[in-house]
Design a protein around this ligand. Structure first.
Ligand code: MLT
Length: 251
């Protein structure tokens, strides 16, 4: 039997994935997913995603030792300790610590997916490991797969969509039944080919990040398979999943 795969084009698409009882991968390449992957690879103990700044600050009161991190309009909100740049989450800063993370789009998908299980986190940084983990899980448990390309302000983001296609390419595609969205994501990934960095630079959010001086984040997030950890979101927290070995300890 083949595994059914859907690609959702925005964070709110996680609602349909929950209804289908699919195994999910949440993808926000620039930069929420990439930051989560790096933070856990560099030794963060867990990440609690929060959809709003208010909720994040409430969580900080309950967990004063956790690092309060996130962004609005790409920049660290006032009173926060870290922004949402994956390059900030070095082991010197976060090893052994819990993190509370709120971002504009990415962390909203986690709120929608809070009752689903399992929910993985993917980006170009761990595409191969994420594709393998989700395919193995779906096959073993006779479940479908939904790749949630989080997008931006309720609209498609090409970098998330193409990354969904890249994650798909890591699965045995002849053993999958693809929705048209999944099919199109594969085309987008193949179209990008080796030029992931160029795609990210020319994307709407990439251009915005560049305009606020964060070009280095775009380059960082373009790296293919730098990490092999696949974070898992469960009961409101994100942990390092089964594939926890990473190729580099820091950046
Ligand atoms: C988001 O969740 O909207 C993003 O991660 C925004 C960003 O910080 O680039």
């Amino acid at each position: 039997m083949t595994v059914e795969v859907h690609v959702e084009l925005r964070a709110s698409g996680a609602v349909d994935a929950v209804k289908r009882d699919d195994i999910m991968v949440i993808i926000d390449v620039l930069r929420c997913s990439s930051t989560i992957i790096v933070a856990l690879a560099n030794g963060a103990s867990e990440i609690i995603p929060a959809s709003t700044i208010g909720k994040a600050k409430e969580l900080k009161k309950r967990h004063p030792n956790y690092v309060l991190a996130g962004e609005r309009r790409g920049l660290m909100p006032q009173g926060f300790e870290l922004g949402n740049s994956p390059r900030e989450f070095t082991s010197e800063k976060i090893y052994g610590k819990g993190i509370i993370l709120t971002t504009t789009n990415g962390t909203k998908a986690f709120e929608i997916a809070k009752d689903a299980r399992p929910v993985f986190v993917g980006s170009f940084l761990n595409a191969e490991a994420a594709g393998k983990a989700v395919y193995v899980g779906a096959k073993k448990n006779s479940r479908g797969i939904s790749l949630i390309a989080c997008g931006r302000a309720g609209r498609l983001s090409i970098e998330d969509f193409a990354c969904a296609g890249t994650i798909l390419e890591m699965m045995p595609t002849d053993k999958l039944t693809l929705s048209d969205g999944a099919h199109a994501a594969l085309f987008a990934s193949k179209g990008a080919g080796e030029n992931v960095a160029a795609l990210l630079c020319s994307s709407e959010h990439g251009r915005y990040l560049k305009s606020i001086g964060l070009t280095k984040d775009i380059e960082f997030c373009s790296q293919m398979n730098r990490y092999t950890n696949v974070p898992v979101f469960e009961e409101g927290r994100i942990y390092t999943g089964g594939f926890s070995r990473h190729k580099t300890t820091n950046h």
